[in-house]
Design a protein around this ligand. Structure first.
Ligand SMILES: Cc1ncc(COP(=O)(O)O)c(C=O)c1O
Length: 417
C-alpha cells in the first residue's frame, strides 16, 4: 500500500478508508456507483440490490420497476422538508404561469437581493444558482483547484465536480467510532488548494460547531487553501449555526464581509421543499462572486423558480415552524428506529437519519423496503459507508410510522443478511 508523507498525522491511502484509522486517503473512489450505474458495485442481485445509486429521490425509476404510479411510493431517500413548500411559494408559481413565454431576469437580480437579505450578506456577495449543485460545479470549473481535500463520507458531487475540473481529490475520513465527528485539529489543509466540508453533513447528520469551522477557516487561510462549506441543510438547524451568521467567530459576513477564499453554499430545495424548481445560492467575497457571475450564462433560474424562491424567502415564520416540527418528528423517528432490533440510528442535526443496519446488506434492506413501496437511501455509494448503512428522511408522522412497520418486518424476517 502506497503511503503518503502525512502518514504520521493519520494519513492513509484510499484503500484503508473503510477500515478507518481516519485521515487523508488517496484519489480513487472507493464506492463507485454513478448515477447511470457505471462503476457501481455488483453484489450479484437485480437493482437496486446490486448497484448502489449515487443519489436518492429516484421515484420514477422505482415506480417503473414496481409497475405502480410514483404517487404510491413513500420517498425517504431524498431529504425534503416534511411540511412541503410554503403556500406562498405555490401561489407565486401559479401566478407566474403567465410569464412562461417570457425570459426571466437575466441575472435574477431581484431574487439575488432577497437572498442577500436572507443570508445577511451584500447582494454583491451572493450568487444565485439553479439549485446549489450548479454552484458547486461552477465553483470547481472557475477556480480550477489542482488538489482538493474532501471530508468524507459526504455528498459525492464535490468529488465529481472537482475531478471534472481536472482536480486530484483526496479524502479526509471521519470515522464511525468517532460518531463521524470531524476533529478539525487533525485536518491539515497544507498542500491543497481547496477543502470541502458539508455542515450538517450528508449523510451522517453531524454538525460542526461554528467555532470549529472558524478555526478550520483560519487554518485554510494560513495554508492558502479555499474553504467551501456546504450548508445545504443548515436551515434545519437554525440561523446561528451558519458560518454567515453575524458574530460567528472571526469570519462572518457581519465582521467585514465574506472573506476571500471562503465559499458558503446554500440550498432552498430542501428547506423550502422546492427540489423540482431548483434554487440555491453561494456566498463569496465580492471579487470571487463577480468572477463566478461573469463566467455563468444568463437566464439560469427560470421564472417559476425565481418566483417561488422569492415568495418562500419572504415567509417569515416558515423556517422556525420547520425546525420545530422537524425536531419533534426526528426525535420520535429516532426512538422508533432505535427500538428495532439490528437498527442503530445515529444522532442527526438535519432532516434525515443515518442508520446502521448491522450485519445486513444495505442494498438488500433497501430493496426489501422498495418492494413495500418505501424508498430509502442505500448508502453503499458513500466512501466509508460501503456496507450496512441506510439513510432515511424525516417525513410526516404517519409516513414515518409506515417506514417503521416495514423496516421492523424486514429486520425480524432476517432479510438482507
Ligand atoms: C449536501 C448537499 N449539497 C448540495 C446538494 C444539491 O442540492 P440542490 O442542487 O437541490 O440545491 C445536495 C443534494 O442532495 C446535498 O445533499
Amino acid at each position: 500500500m502506497k503511503r503518503h508523507s502525512e502518514e504520521e498525522q493519520g494519513v492513509v491511502d484510499r484503500g484503508e478508508h473503510a477500515g478507518g484509522s481516519g485521515g487523508v486517503a488517496g484519489s480513487e473512489r472507493v464506492a463507485g456507483g454513478r448515477e447511470d450505474g457505471a462503476g457501481g458495485r455488483e453484489d450479484g442481485g437485480a437493482a437496486p440490490v446490486g448497484v448502489a445509486p449515487e443519489h436518492g429521490g429516484r421515484r420514477r425509476e422505482a415506480a417503473r420497476r414496481l409497475g405502480i404510479p410514483k404517487e404510491e411510493l413513500l420517498d425517504f431517500s431524498a431529504s425534503i422538508n416534511p411540511l412541503g413548500p410554503p403556500e406562498a411559494a405555490v401561489g407565486a408559481v401559479r401566478r407566474t404561469l403567465a410569464e412562461i413565454p417570457y425570459y426571466p431576469e437575466e441575472r435574477a437580480g431581484s431574487l439575488t437581493e432577497l437572498i442577500a437579505g436572507f443570508l445577511g450578506i451584500a447582494p454583491e456577495e451572493a450568487v444565485p444558482g439553479n439549485g446549489s449543485i450548479e454552484l458547486i460545479y461552477w465553483l470547481a470549473a472557475v477556480l480550477r483547484p489542482r488538489s482538493v481535500l474532501i471530508v468524507e463520507p459526504t455528498f459525492s458531487e464535490y468529488r465529481r465536480a472537482c475531478e471534472a475540473a481536472g482536480a486530484r481529490c483526496q479524502s479526509f475520513a471521519v470515522r464511525p467510532e468517532d460518531g463521524f465527528q470531524l476533529d478539525v485539529t487533525r485536518l491539515d489543509p497544507r498542500g491543497h488548494d481547496m477543502v470541502f466540508v458539508c455542515n450538517p453533513n450528508n449523510p451522517t447528520g453531524q454538525l460542526i460547531l461554528a467555532e470549529d469551522l472558524s478555526y478550520l477557516w483560519q487554518k485554510c487561510r494560513s495554508a492558502g487553501a479555499a474553504l467551501v462549506v456546504d450548508e445545504a441543510f443548515i436551515d434545519f438547524v437554525g440561523p446561528g449555526a451558519s458560518l454567515l451568521f453575524r458574530g460567528a467567530a472571526g469570519c462572518a459576513a457581519g465582521n467585514g464581509g465574506v472573506p476571500a477564499g471562503l465559499f458558503v453554499i446554500r440550498s432552498f430545495t430542501k428547506s423550502f421543499a422546492l427540489a423540482g424548481l431548483r434554487v440555491g445560492a453561494l456566498a463569496a467575497a465580492v471579487d470571487s462572486a463577480r468572477r463566478l457571475r461573469d463566467s455563468m450564462p444568463p437566464w439560469r433560474i427560470n421564472v417559476l423558480g425565481q418566483a417561488a424562491a422569492a415568495a418562500a424567502l419572504a415567509e417569515g415564520d416558515y423556517l422556525a415552524r420547520t425546525r420545530k416540527e422537524t425536531a419533534r418528528l426526528r426525535a420520535r423517528l429516532q426512538a422508533d428506529l432505535a427500538a428495532i432490533d439490528g437498527v442503530e440510528p445515529l444522532p442527526s442535526a438535519a432532516n434525515f437519519i443515518l442508520c446502521r443496519v448491522a450485519g445486513r446488506n444495505a442494498g438488500a434492506v433497501t430493496a426489501g423496503l422498495e418492494r413495500q413501496g418505501i424508498l430509502v437511501r442505500d448508502c453503499r455509494s458513500f466512501a466509508g459507508l460501503e456496507d450496512g448503512y441506510i439513510r432515511v428522511a424525516v417525513r410526516a408522522g404517519h409516513e414515518n410510522h409506515q417506514l417503521i412497520t416495514a423496516l421492523n418486518k424486514i429486520m425480524a424476517a432476517g432479510d438482507g443478511r
